[in-house]
Design a binder for this molecule. Structure first.
Ligand code: SF4
Length: 294
């Protein structure tokens, strides 16, 4: 490590507008002293969840929701299937709907496709079981096929017309590969339409974060272990700069990272990483650096 090390926090990292809005809605309910439940983790970041839990946000799952009566429940940016709204209505639950507008538009598109093309195969490129994907599949009464990668491609019925959508956080390259493979396999005389539904809040960050990672000697990527977006963006960092490490809290920051000729350190994160957490990591690094100098 050099005596003077520059540390830069990536301006383009941090919450996307969907997550900012969801957290803002939760904070404004909690500050009025209301009891508020959240269906699932509001963001895939353990430290931010702990912060909101201290303010009073209680995380519940779908089983809890079915027993809850006359309460207020926040639906996070990932969105929910129609069955969740039905349960809420039946149980007298007030919904604070923080579904991201980008996800909401995608849900509406899929529902329209399902209603207008009952004979077509609706395919969703996404992670099976992911909350957003569950919300999307719910628009088709559970009939859409979920394809996570090319290894799932045989799930698709190629004898039907195919309408393809993507989970908002999937990679553009992976989607393009799947589209090419479906074109090759589709049966003669059938139609295939692929809709561009990847959120640019995520995909635009890939190029930027690559440049950021390349411009530093050491990169600390801050993200939650459960975040798909964090995994994708960290891979981009790692490919651009092998000296990149994934940290979920200040406890993960190791002195050993600073071994070698380190002049600049970059701190970046996912769309689920709060700015305050990246600042905390910076403070921890400064403390380690100070202790090495003394
Ligand atoms: S990544 Fe995009 S779609 Fe997902 S919550 Fe953020 S803004 Fe909305």
């Amino acid at each position: 490590m050099q005596k003077s090390v520059k540390i830069e926090i990536d301006d383009d990292s941090g919450f996307c507008f969907g997550v900012v809005t969801a957290i803002g809605k939760a904070e404004s309910e909690l500050k009025d002293g209301n009891e508020l439940y959240c269906l699932g983790d509001i963001v895939h970041n353990g430290e931010e969840i702990d912060r909101l839990a201290k303010m009073g946000l209680q995380v519940i799952d779908h089983a809890d929701l079915s027993h809850l009566k006359n309460a207020k429940v926040l639906l996070r940016a990932h969105g929910e299937p129609p069955s969740t709204y039905k349960t809420a209505l039946d149980n007298g639950i007030t919904i604070v709907d923080a579904t991201c507008p980008v996800v909401l538009r995608l849900q509406q598109k899929i529902r329209k496709a399902y209603e207008e093309h009952p004979d077509s195969e609706i395919v969703i490129y996404g992670k099976a079981g992911h909350a957003e994907v569950n919300g999307l599949v719910g628009q088709t009464k559970g009939t859409a096929k979920v394809v996570e990668s090319l290894s799932d491609i045989d799930l698709i019925d190629f004898s039907r017309n195919i309408l393809l959508f993507s989970q908002t956080t999937k990679s553009i390259d992976g989607y393009a590969t799947l589209i090419e493979e479906i074109k090759k396999r589709k049966s003669k005389g059938t139609e295939f339409t692929a809709y561009d539904t990847i959120c640019r809040q995520v995909s635009n960050r890939m190029g930027k974060i690559k440049q950021f990672a390349k411009s530093h000697d050491l990169v600390l990527f801050v993200g939650g272990a459960k975040s798909s977006n964090a995994k994708v963006l960290f891979e981009v960092c790692k490919q651009a700069n092998h000296n990149s490490f994934f940290v979920s809290s200040t406890n993960d920051v190791q002195k050993e990272y600073l071994i070698g000729n380190i002049e600049t350190i970059g701190i970046c994160g996912a769309t689920s990483t709060p700015k305050w957490q990246m600042e905390e990591i910076k403070r921890k690094l400064l403390t380690i650096i100070q202790s090495c100098i003394n």
